[in-house]
Ligand binder design. Structure first.
Ligand code: FMN
Length: 335
């Protein structure tokens, strides 16, 4: 398997805490004080706003299309992190129509101008991979392992759906084994500093629920520390169901405190609670899904307190290369 991601030097210092993470790893995993106290090392404004992975089903025949160049470029800011939509890495990994792949030469070639478009505007682009086995030669800056939302890896993690009786089922340690083997494999191939993982211990999409999500999240956070991966991206407990926000007493706080690398939180955030989450050290970065989908210039809008475009659910997954995809308006340039 040939896995080469991001031949260019990683500019992950742009995601803010990567720099700290590197030093944290070297100094034996201790988190520098600046991560928690001062703001000196933190990214400001736009760089804290991450584009959450968003499946858009406009990659006809699983091949990324030229219209994605504009879509991702519209959402790029200098130093900002973008996580690409879930991308299949084998023909058996696909579950939905027209989602992109990265397992054929044609797909890999088709991604190139899209990634180049993001880089041309100074963005950092991670590919969210959906099922592990193979990622070939591409220009992405790194890989986010999709361990969330009831898909393959999550099905191993969650005790309500994992009914295996071998070493991948039963105990917490066993259920986490597959995810950690995937992390190990990807880390071995491309280096820990280019690897992130997305997890949703509290979510129950596709019946993939866990009876003790806190313990699961904590176990994973501690286990991930051993790899020194770049980031852990967690979906908020309030996102029990896709697209719905529930009041919950649960918090990612203990999990975040256990994890020593960069932490990204996602799910139901607006500007205010996103800022609060960062300023209180609850997370390093916040990923925005639906708001970023409908506001290509979201970081700028946050910065100047501009009103936001509303998203239209009807066009989330339609095939149109423009409507609901690249036609959400930017702020007028004189605002
Ligand atoms: C249209 C759409 C597509 C999504 N596709 C993905 C995906 O490919 N991978 C993933 O991990 N999450 C996916 N999600 C979940 C989002 O990344 C995000 O966690 C969720 O929308 C909650 O964040 P928000 O309240 O900021 O939108 C998707 C959500 C939406 C609305």
């Amino acid at each position: 398997m040939a896995v080469v991601v991001g031949r260019r030097p990683m500019r992950t210092v742009g995601i803010g805490v990567a720099h700290h993470h590197a030093s944290a790893t070297r100094s034996g995993g201790r988190r520098p004080a600046s991560r928690r106290k001062g703001d000196s090392g933190r990214p400001t404004g736009a760089a804290r706003v991450v584009l959450a992975p968003l499946t858009r089903q406009r990659s006809y025949g699983n091949v990324p299309q030229p219209h994605a160049i504009l879509y991702y470029q519209q959402r790029t800011t200098k130093g900002g992190l973008l996580i690409a939509e879930a991308t299949g890495i084998s023909d058996t990994a696909q579950g939905y129509k027209d989602t992109p792949g990265i397992w054929t030469k044609e797909q890999v070639e088709a991604w190139k101008p899209i990634v180049d478009g993001v880089h041309a505007k100074g963005g950092i682009f991670f590919c969210q991979i959906w099922h592990v086995g193979r990622v070939s030669n591409n220009r992405f800056d790194g890989v986010e392992i999709h361990g969330a939302h009831g898909y393959l890896i999550d099905q191993f993690l969650k005790d309500q759906v994992n009914d295996r009786s071998d070493k991948y089922g039963g105990s917490l340690e066993n259920r986490c084994r597959f995810a950690l083997e995937v992390v190990q494999a990807v880390t071995d191939e491309i280096g820990a500093d280019k690897v992130g993982i997305r997890l949703s211990p509290f979510a129950s999409y596709s019946e993939a629920a866990d009876s003790n999500p806190e313990a699961l999240g904590l176990y994973m956070a501690n286990a991930l520390n051993k790899f020194g991966i770049l980031y852990c991206h967690m979906v908020e407990p309030r996102m029990v169901k896709l697209g719905e926000k529930f009041e919950t007493p649960h918090s990612l706080r203990p999990i975040r405190d256990a994890f020593k690398g960069t932490f990204i939180a996602a799910g139901g955030y607006n500007k205010e609670d996103g800022n609060k989450a960062v300023s209180t050290g609850y997370t390093d970065l916040v990923a925005y899904g639906r708001l970023f989908l409908s506001n290509p210039d979201l970081p700028e809008r946050f910065e100047i307190d501009a009103p936001l475009n509303k998203y239209n659910r009807e066009t989330f997954y339609i095939s149109d290369p423009v409507i609901g995809y690249t036609d959400y308006p930017f702020l007028p340039s004189d605002v």
